[in-house]
Design a protein around this ligand. Structure first.
Ligand code: ZN
Length: 130
């Protein structure tokens, strides 16, 4: 009957030296992994840390609605609840959002778009709002 032993030894600061010492004494293979190896994704380089603060959404009432479709007034833009862009026109992106998740389409003031960037599709607005 054989028993497999997986020891977990904890050293403060000098673990590598200690393991190399034991390897010299007992022989065998030494595989060294550091906490830094496993926690690399938790450093400030991780994608999570790069999530930008877009600014708090401050929805306003659209100037008007036509068959439920919110129409922009002066200084108003469309934003998505989870979007990085703002829209100055009823573009394909806005129309798609309205078609699939109308509740995710909001109207806010241009002054309140925060770090959101202008949508390129808005250069080619659709003729009809809905
Ligand atoms: Zn757009």
């Amino acid at each position: 009957m054989t028993a497999r032993l997986n020891p977990y030894l904890s050293f403060r600061n000098n673990a590598r030296e200690a393991m190399e010492f034991y390897k010299d004494v007992f022989g065998g293979e030494l595989t060294v992994s550091t906490f830094a190896d496993f926690q690399a994704s938790q450093t400030s380089d991780s994608p999570r840390a790069e999530v930008r603060d877009l600014g708090r959404l401050k929805p306003v009432e659209p100037m008007a609605r036509r068959m439920g479709v919110p129409l922009l007034g002066a200084h108003q833009v469309y934003v998505m609840k989870h979007g990085w862009e703002y829209h100055t026109a009823w573009c394909q992106v806005v129309a798609d959002k309205w078609g699939h998740v109308p509740g995710g389409l909001l109207v806010t003031l241009l002054a309140d778009v925060g770090a959101r960037t202008p949508c390129r599709e808005c250069d080619r607005p659709l003729n009809t709002a809905g």
